[in-house]
Design a binder for this molecule. Structure first.
Ligand SMILES: [Zn+2]
Length: 291
């Protein structure tokens, strides 16, 4: 029976990856220009940032390995310059699955040291993603990459929020910022507690982002459409309000199940709670990490 189960398991895994492959076959990569030298690529998985300097191109995140050829073809519609550095906003596979392919294409991978650490741990564990190409350049707080004489890309490590390796990628001269999964536009945030994600860090980081940007800033979210300061502020307000409501009930001694049944997020569930993170999961992650 055990053997049959494991055969069935392998069978279902194969079906699963087959349908994932089929889904990837249907994905189209679209390109949106957000500044003179900065673009966003949409496909399946985290939003990709692309910056073009005088001699090289620079990429932020790379979705899934099965999409790498299409992504590189989409890059070619923007620039013939080779990708010099690829920066990961965090370690999750829907943002880093193409790392190995991009490294093989010549890109040097840059990420926070915790991103490299978590990727190397997942090489041994039973992980959905195995990372063969680890980040070659790591940093602890921040790192500047000079794209050319006039443009810089700032990689800013922020507090543990979505994971403990989160970074914002800021292009000050172009007035563009990529917030990774601290801002999944249109959906509730995933606070990955297993990667030390934390609601307190998320609120703090969203506040920091609001300080950095102005009304003209193009905000690239981890997922969803390109956004702006007003939408980011509304998102911060929602997250901070839900955090406060959960905290009051937790401090009053209510259990997680009781809090989940109170409808504390009901005015936002229709718009934000229909995707990967529903109200129940959001409240659980806040309950576990609220101070
Ligand atoms: Zn993520």
């Amino acid at each position: 029976m055990k053997k049959l189960n494991s055969i069935l398991f392998v069978f279902f895994l194969a079906i699963g990856s087959l349908s994932a492959q089929n889904n990837m076959d249907q994905v189209k990569i679209s390109v949106e220009k957000v500044a003179d030298n900065v673009y966003v690529l949409f496909g399946s998985g985290g939003n990709i940032g692309l910056a073009v300097g005088d001699d090289y191109a620079y990429m932020i995140d790379d979705q899934f390995a099965a999409l790498s050829d299409k992504i590189l073809a989409a890059v070619k519609t923007v620039t013939e310059k080779p990708i010099k550095y690829l920066v990961n906003t965090h370690w999750h596979g829907d943002h880093t699955g193409g790392n190995e392919n991009m490294a093989n294409a010549g890109a040097i991978i840059v990420a926070h040291e915790s991103v490299r650490e978590r990727m190397s741990q997942s090489q041994n564990a039973n992980s959905t993603f195995s990372f063969k190409s680890l980040p070659e350049i790591t940093f602890t707080d921040e790192l500047n990459i000079h794209l050319d004489e006039d443009h810089m890309l700032m990689v800013l490590h922020v507090d543990a929020a979505h994971t403990d390796g989160d970074s914002f990628i800021y292009f000050p001269e172009s007035n563009v910022i990529h917030l990774g999964d601290n801002f999944p536009n249109g959906g509730y945030p995933f606070i990955d507690v297993n990667s030390n994600g934390d609601i307190e860090g998320l609120v703090k980081n969203l506040n920091s982002a609001l300080f950095l940007v102005n009304d003209e800033t193009k905000i690239i979210p981890g997922h969803g459409k390109v956004s702006n300061r007003a939408e980011l502020k509304a998102y911060r307000d929602m997250i901070d309000t839900i955090r406060g409501r959960v905290k009051i009930q937790k401090d009053a001694g209510k259990s997680l199940e009781e809090i989940q049944s109170m409808g504390l997020t009901k005015e936002w569930d229709e718009q934000f709670g229909q995707g990967f993170i529903n109200a129940t999961r959001l409240i659980e992650s806040i309950f576990k990490t609220v101070d």
